[in-house]
Design a protein around this ligand. Structure first.
Ligand code: ATP
Ligand code: MG
Ligand code: MG
Ligand code: MG
Length: 439
């Protein structure tokens, strides 16, 4: 991408309305634009990051055996009357009437609709296990939308739903998602700690919120410090091996970790003193086993090996990709801007032409740009007329991980400068050596 042809509405001023750093940086970097309270348009840079996050989520969901579908945003109220949640859900639900005066709603979540699909097609235990997911916009009329896309009213969610014959199989499905989540967050450069969460009337201990620690987080959390260095499950973990999955889950639940609602002071105080972490956290994911809560009232039943029909056992598993964009920035930035983990950086490499119009500089930049583009690298070529200082500031603000700085002086000596955004390290290298480093 040539910056001169791109749409990157950078703000030099710090927006006054933004209270937290991720919101400020997303506005300054031209990633999002508020259209109504808690409702945002995603501009090119924001859309790129959002897509890259979704790609990582998708890969890990697919690896675990979940299957992607797409359900609509608009749902019929009748479905929700069947589960009993139409009246219970309250004001967070956006209720809509169509031209025939039928009650519709903008989906805040999809348990009912997924259960409806399952009951239509899944009749036998032989069709199980099954896990279906989609990545779709949700609407929740939050009382206090704030912090930009961190708590918005319209937001993107990856929600998966597992369907199993009985409790034991549902736990295996739960563990698959538990492991997939750990891998997903690690790949996004985050340390997300699974914390015991409320199961409501379902009971048991199969509900975990995945929380990243950040001073601006809305939840108060308590955990063992060793979680911060625990390695995520390996990429080759066998998702068909229940014992391997249980092993990973056991390790990641072996130490104390709970949000305020489930906090057990005595258990926390049993943790050795230097290892007790009490902090603020951001909920980036939530997994939940809810048994037959929807299958029972909605009649999603299958025949077991014994010929007896029974309601399926289900769980749901949510991740907020749009909240993650903000959460990653909260976890990874400095005074100059965003520091993207390589896996989701909107552009992996930036080329900064310090003297547009200088024949040698232009030629070197064009050569770099052509080579990187041909190799499939997402590259942003700053070919604008801006001063060097402004180009450096833009590249750092939007968080380009590798920056190749090309100017006439360096070129005369046969070098370009390679800068690493994360630590600011700079090196003078030949064009070829710089290319070799970023490829
Ligand atoms: P919160 O406690 O922050 O209100 P929740 O518990 O209501 O979130 P879930 O129903 O568990 O959210 O939804 C799954 C995921 O969707 C959350 O873990 C979060 O990442 C994301 N999410 C939920 N609400 C929002 C929102 N208003 N804006 C952005 N992302 C959200
Ligand atoms: Mg909520
Ligand atoms: Mg919550
Ligand atoms: Mg939740």
């Amino acid at each position: 991408m040539r910056l001169s042809r791109y749409f990157l509405p950078i703000l030099r001023e710090v927006p006054k309305e933004a209270e937290i750093v991720s919101h400020r940086l997303m506005l300054r970097a031209g990633m999002i634009r508020q259209e109504s309270a808690g409702i945002y348009a995603w501009l090119p840079l924001g859309k790129k990051v959002l897509d890259k996050i979704c790609a990582v989520i998708r890969e890990e969901q697919n690896r675990s055996g979940a299957i992607e579908i797409m359900m609509p945003t608009i749902q019929s109220a009748d479905l929700w009357r069947e589960s009993g949640r139409y009246d219970d859900y309250g004001k967070e639900m956006l209720r809509i009437k169509d031209r025939h005066e039928r009650d519709m709603l903008y989906g805040p979540t999809n348990e009912e609709m997924l259960t409806e699909i399952v009951r239509a097609y899944v009749k036998s235990y032989k069709d199980l296990p099954l896990n279906l997911y989609h990545i779709q916009w949700k609407f929740r009329d939050e009382v206090r939308p704030r912090f930009g896309v961190m708590r918005s009213r319209e937001f993107l969610m990856k929600d998966a739903y597992s369907i199993d014959l009985d409790f034991d199989n549902a736990v295996i499905a739960y563990n698959r998602m538990f492991v997939a989540y750990l891998r997903t967050f690690a790949r996004l450069g985050l340390t997300a700690i699974p914390m015991v969460a409320d199961t409501g009337p379902i009971g048991g201990n199969h509900s975990h919120e995945f929380i990243i620690l950040a001073s601006t987080g809305e939840s108060e959390v308590f955990c063992h410090a060793d979680y911060l260095d625990m390695p995520p499950p390996a990429a080759d973990i066998d998702f068909r091996d229940p014992a391997a999955l249980q092993g990973a889950v056991d390790q990641w639940t072996s130490l104390y970790a709970a949000t305020e609602e489930k906090h057990d002071v005595a258990a926390f105080e049993a943790v050795e003193e230097g290892k007790r972490l009490s902090a603020r956290g951001i909920e980036v994911g939530h997994i939940f086993y809810f048994g037959t809560k929807y299958s029972e009232p909605m009649g999603a039943r299958v025949t077991g090996p014994d010929g007896v029909e029974r309601p399926v056992h289900m769980g749901s598993y949510g991740i907020g990709p749009s909240r993650l964009v903000a959460a990653i920035i909260e976890a990874s930035h400095d005074e100059n801007g965003i520091i993207w983990p390589d896996a989701i950086a909107p552009f992996q490499v930036g080329i900064l032409n310090l003297k547009v119009g200088d024949a040698a500089t232009d030629a070197a930049c064009e050569q770099l740009y052509a080579t990187l583009t041909a190799r499939g690298v997402d590259v942003l070529y700053d070919d604008t007329e801006e001063r060097p200082g402004s180009k450096f500031a833009t590249a750092d603000l939007i968080g380009v991980p590798w920056q190749i700085i090309v100017g006439p002086k360096g070129l005369a000596a046969g070098t370009v400068e390679l800068k690493r955004r994360a630590d600011g390290a700079r090196e003078n290298l030949s064009l070829e050596a710089a290319l070799a480093r970023v490829l």
